[in-house]
Design a protein around this ligand. Structure first.
Ligand code: NAD
Length: 260
């Protein structure tokens, strides 16, 4: 489906981004992955994408908190692949604290990585997408782009912001064959979440099931995690011709969280 297309997926050395990279590569797209982590592990993932799916896979270490680095990453992908047809803005970080104690540098980092990075990447890819009259922009938002939770002021502000940014760009590029959409997962089963369970069990004297249902999944009516593969399948669908008329939407995949 995506043979001949090329994609940049930010924050794709683990979790949701890596699953999206695999789904797009599985459909035939060349991919540039990005993010931090152990160099050997990242190289293994990059090489695996090439051998498993027969596509070209590149890695960029660009820091999504830096506009110049983001522009350089897009330029590098365009030079290597000849185009960036699909952009997935997925890199994200979290910090939890009451607003009066929220460290300003954490606020700045979350706004930069979770929101401004998407602006820098989109402004860099749109001219090429317009010239080729085809493009797919997918932004990983969150249930927190629709509802708030206490102590997540920066994250909720950034995710509400990405919803507005996505809708604005969608309107600007609507007649150019380019779509821009957000995906808003609830709690997704990633290594990040798995690692929190033993600590929470010990800290609160709870069983694993209690931590999952009464702490992590209180907001999620299905009481089940979203999987990274489910999010990736939705991203892949948004790249298909069937989704050509879907633009400016914010698609929930949250086990019913935001229905309540
Ligand atoms: P993750 O920690 O597994 O992945 C985050 C990725 O972003 C990693 O590859 C990391 O290296 C990269 N990254 C972080 N800071 C970066 C920077 N400055 N420059 C470049 N890359 C950077 O987390 P995840 O759960 O897969 O999250 C991915 C996205 O999904 C985020 O935007 C997050 O807000 C969103 N999300 C996650 C959940 C969840 O429950 N896991 C729910 C809703 C939304």
């Amino acid at each position: 489906m995506l043979k001949g297309k090329s994609a940049v997926i930010t924050g794709s050395t683990s979790g949701i981004g890596l699953a999206i990279a695999k789904a797009l590569a599985g459909a035939g797209a060349n991919v540039m992955i990005n993010g931090f982590g152990d160099a050997a592990a990242i190289e293994a993932e990059r090489a695996g994408l090439e051998t498993d799916f027969g596509v070209r896979a590149l890695y960029s270490a660009a820091d999504m908190s830096k506009g110049d680095a983001i522009a350089a990453m897009i330029a590098e992908a365009e030079a290597a692949f000849g185009a960036v047809d699909i952009l997935v803005n997925n890199a994200g970080i979290q910090f939890v604290s009451p607003v009066e104690d929220f460290p300003p540098e954490k606020w700045d980092a979350i706004i930069a990585i979770n929101l401004s990075a998407a602006f820098h990447a989109m402004r860099a890819v749109v001219p090429g997408m317009k010239a080729r009259k085809w493009g797919r922009i997918i932004n990983t938002a969150s249930a927190h782009s629709k509802v708030a939770s206490p102590f997540k002021s920066a994250y909720v502000a950034a995710k509400h912001g990405i919803d507005g940014l996505t809708k604005t760009v969608a309107l600007e590029v609507a007649t150019h064959g380019i779509t821009a959409n957000s995906i808003s997962p609830g709690y997704v089963w990633t290594p990040l979440v798995e690692k929190q369970i033993p600590d929470t069990m010990a800290a609160r004297g709870l069983t694993r099931e209690q931590v999952i249902n009464d702490v992590l999944l209180t907001a999620q009516p299905t009481k089940e995690f979203v999987t990274v593969e489910q999010v990736a399948a939705l991203a892949l669908f948004l790249c298909s011709d069937a989704a050509a008329q879907m633009t400016g939407t914010n698609l929930s995949m949250d086990g019913g969280w935001t229905a309540g």
